[in-house]
Design a protein. Sequence first.
Length: 175
Amino acid sequence: MSRIAKQIIKLNSNVYYKIENDLITFKGPEGENVLKMEKGIVIEEVAPKEYKFSGGKTSAILGTFVMNFKNCASGVSQKFVKQIDLVGVGYKVVKKENELEFSVGYSKNRIVPIEKNIECSVVGLTELTVKSVDKMLLGNFCANLVKNTRKPEPYKGKGVIIKGSFVRRKAGKKK
């Protein structure tokens, strides 16, 4: 069993969960989130709002499930946030209803639809703030956003970049 699975998870006082048909539904002040329950995992209440997990044969997936449980519980109490920067001359982003329009150096603008349960806000012309209750959905959305609009290039560092991520830089021509 992993070390993460042995930890006791504490939930905030304003977060509630309910198990129905192998689905765990979390409710909190920021919204609602759903997690699929893995077979063979048992949730024990150690103290009020403190939980311990055990799995038996499913110990391989137990650590992952515990972290997903913790992320769902913390997401409904405080949304997860990612900052995205557009680095390059003339690069900009505009939010239109349920889509983002990127001008990133191509002949036509790239249009990306905003998924359900994701909030986007544009700060200035080159900064984008993305929020969601679901950490996995947020990460996938931001990764696809970078991949489908313009990946950061290694020589000048231009492109769509998630703040805090590492962009590998290469040396240019040597004289």
